[in-house]
Design a binder for this molecule. Structure first.
Ligand code: CP
Ligand code: NVA
Length: 304
């Protein structure tokens, strides 16, 4: 059956849990030197309209690690840059590849490609969501701190794509989520409202970073200026004053709180060098887990 991963909502709670289980298993298998050929003979196309280090390389490495092949296309090198309709792009690409991994601006691009594609479309980040990131982040939290439904997770900073996907994760995985965002930088209101109505535990929006981290087992941070918002950088630097993850803020959190950053990090802005390089920050394990998670996603969507 054709399945897409446009946002976490494309899967059930059980299926999302299965991605985590499988990614943890694949990680152990890789450490033990187990080789896979499950996707031998399959090819995925990566269409990226924004830059990427981790997501691109971890998807490519995941696909090769499963015996498959990858074709990478930057947005500007395709006819999309010359306004070829998405519905044509989707139908043409689906004749050549077994899955499409897409990083773009509007969520509508991913939705439209999925509508017309006869192969799975995977969202590798839009302005609205970053679902694959959050699956590997949840995996990292479980690895470090155990069952996630018992934990309190904080988000400090911009109510951006990554924050929106964390809200959806709270809905499915059942943890308590407190987001501290400055006024004017809240998460998507529809996602927040839906998350709140469906979640078993509270999803709280506050203005004070100190309040958000006070009882947090996990603190999440991301850049203040996302890709595509470069023109807003000065206004954002001013708006996020006081939202930096630094030793003073961590002093307000429990002693065993861990810090997640999906990277890339801007040291001296949303996080200090000291915190990023400290033992509390698990950003590099988090980055590694993207590859294991992408294998689990590709196996299910392309292999099944
Ligand atoms: N975390 C993340 O998506 O990183 P990239 O932008 O490097 O892919
Ligand atoms: N919110 C960031 C995430 C980067 C992985 C962005 O969209 O640029």
């Amino acid at each position: 059956m054709l399945r897409h991963l446009r946002s976490l909502e494309d899967f059930t709670k059980e299926e999302l849990g299965a991605f985590i289980e499988r990614a943890l298993e694949l990680k152990k298998e890789r450490q033990a030197g187990v080789k896979h050929q499950r996707l031998a003979g399959k090819t995925i196309g990566l269409i990226f309209e924004k830059p990427s280090t981790r997501t691109r390389v971890s998807f490519e490495s995941a696909m090769y690690g499963l015996g498959g092949e990858v074709i990478f296309l930057s947005g500007r090198d395709t006819q999309l840059a010359r306004s070829e309709p998405l519905k044509d792009m989707a139908r043409v690409m689906a004749r050549y590849v077994d899955g499409l991994v897409v990083r773009t601006f509007g969520q509508n691009v991913v939705e439209e490609l999925a509508r017309y594609s006869s192969v799975p479309v995977i969202n590798a980040l839009t302005d609205l969501h970053h679902p694959c990131q959050i699956l590997s982040d949840v995996m990292t939290v479980i690895e470090k701190r155990g069952p996630i439904e018992n934990l309190k997770i904080a988000w400090v900073g911009d109510g951006n794509n990554v924050a929106n996907s964390w809200i959806q994760a709270a809905e499915f995985f059942g943890f308590e989520l407190t987001l501290a965002c400055p006024e004017g930088y809240d998460p998507d209101p529809e996602i927040l409202q839906k998350g709140r109505s469906n979640a078993a535990k509270p999803i709280v929006l506050v203005r004070s970073p100190e309040q958000a981290v006070a009882e947090a087992d996990v603190i999440n941070v991301d850049v203040w200026t996302s890709m595509g918002q470069e023109g807003e950088e000065d206004a954002r630097l001013a708006a996020f004053d006081g939202f930096q993850i630094n030793d003073a803020l961590l002093a307000c959190a429990p002693a065993d709180t861990i810090v997640l950053h999906c990277l890339p990090a801007h040291r001296g802005e949303e996080i200090t060098e000291e915190v990023l390089e400290s033992a509390r920050c698990v950003a590099f394990d988090q980055a590694e887990n993207k590859m294991h998670m992408h294998k689990a996603i590709l196996e299910k969507l392309i292999g099944d």
